[in-house]
Ligand binder design. Structure first.
Ligand SMILES: [Zn+2]
Length: 234
């Protein structure tokens, strides 16, 4: 490949990645709901992007199970089944345990100002009623641990699981109480600060089980959405 061609290809990849990040973020923040139709022309306009790049981004998101592409119907935000939801939580237990095992006492020391700032904002935000801020701050905690662990493969696996977890919460969490618990987050940090990774991993597993137990994994929600769509098409 010539230099110019290589550069064009790099720019294209960066642009596709930009669209993927924007769409993933919108899903993670519950701005795009499971089952929502993703109209290419609207994405092109909203993100000031090229149509081919949008199509490539949607195809990659489909491979990541964040988007579903249906022949002759278009692209939709994925609606994970109850079975898939259980599998995602099982995978989170493995990956987040791995993340914890990679965080040493030294890592905690090196990142302490960032951790302290985050834990303070968690405490503040959970005392208020801004549900969106609560959900986003609490899920940022898990992201912070993934970033600190220093293993880029675990971090990538975690990022995919986290976006899919947002879809699961939107579909199957029926109560209004934010799922993550600030005190459990604090216990994990305390254990890591003492260099007790085994205890931190144990609390993380309990925390993830706690999150899963708040979901009603019975597929009723996705059936209802399909029904609405089916009726609209009549
Ligand atoms: Zn949490």
């Amino acid at each position: 490949m010539t230099k110019t061609a290589t550069k064009a290809s790099t720019n294209k990849q960066q642009e596709i990645q930009r669209i993927i990040s924007k769409l993933s973020k919108a899903v993670a923040q519950h701005k795009l709901k499971p089952g929502q139709r993703l109209v290419e022309a609207q994405i092109v306009e909203a993100l000031n992007a090229n149509r081919n790049h949008v199509q490539s981004a949607l195809q990659r998101l489909a491979l990541q199970h964040i988007v579903t592409i249906e022949p002759n119907r278009g692209s939709f935000v994925a609606q994970p089944s109850a079975q898939e939801a259980r599998e995602i939580f099982a995978a989170r237990r493995v990956v987040e345990r791995g993340i914890i095992e990679n965080i040493t006492q030294q890592t905690i020391q090196d990142n302490w100002p960032k951790i302290e700032l985050h834990m303070e904002s968690e405490q503040q935000v959970t005392q208020g009623n801004d549900r969106r801020a609560i959900v986003s701050t609490l899920s940022h905690y898990h992201k912070l641990l993934a970033e600190m662990c220093g293993n880029t493969v675990l971090k990538e696996m975690f990022e995919n699981l986290m976006v899919r977890s947002s879809l699961i919460v939107a579909l199957y969490q029926h109560n209004d109480v934010p799922s993550c618990q600030h005190n459990e987050h604090q216990d994990i940090i305390d254990a890591l600060k003492e260099g007790n990774q085994a205890l931190a991993a144990k609390v993380m597993l309990k925390h993830l089980q706690h999150l899963e137990s708040e979901l009603v994994l019975d597929n009723t929600q996705s059936t209802a959405t399909d029904l609405v769509m089916a009726l609209k098409e009549l």
